[in-house]
Design a protein. Structure first.
Length: 102
């Protein structure tokens, strides 16, 4: 999976870049055949913003963004929003290896 991390109006510290890679790797495990992901950090009006975009099979795109006082908190909030989207995905898009009980 291809990952792109960008920043507008600010530089991305190495620790934040590593954190973003780890967060996206965890989220990618929940998506059906992820192909690429983008993480964009922005800093405007004394607020840090993080936006996550995860592209999966069949053209599915999951997008979440969040604001906070610092980039790490914004990243964590956006990741939580994206995780909720992935948890709500249709049952037919779940991994084929999973079997239903009942």
């Amino acid at each position: 999976m291809q990952l792109t991390i960008t920043s507008r109006h600010d530089e991305v510290p190495e620790a934040l870049r590593l954190r973003a890679e780890a967060v996206v790797a965890r989220l990618a495990k929940l998506a059906h055949r992820p192909t690429s992901a983008q993480v964009e950090f922005d800093f405007e009006h004394q607020r840090a913003t993080a936006e996550l975009r995860l592209h999966a099979a069949r053209g599915a795109v999951y997008v979440a963004s969040a604001e906070a006082d610092d980039h790490r908190t914004a990243l964590d909030r956006a990741a939580a929003k994206l995780r909720r989207q992935l948890d709500r995905k249709p049952a037919d898009l779940r991994r084929s290896g999973a079997k239903e009980e009942g």
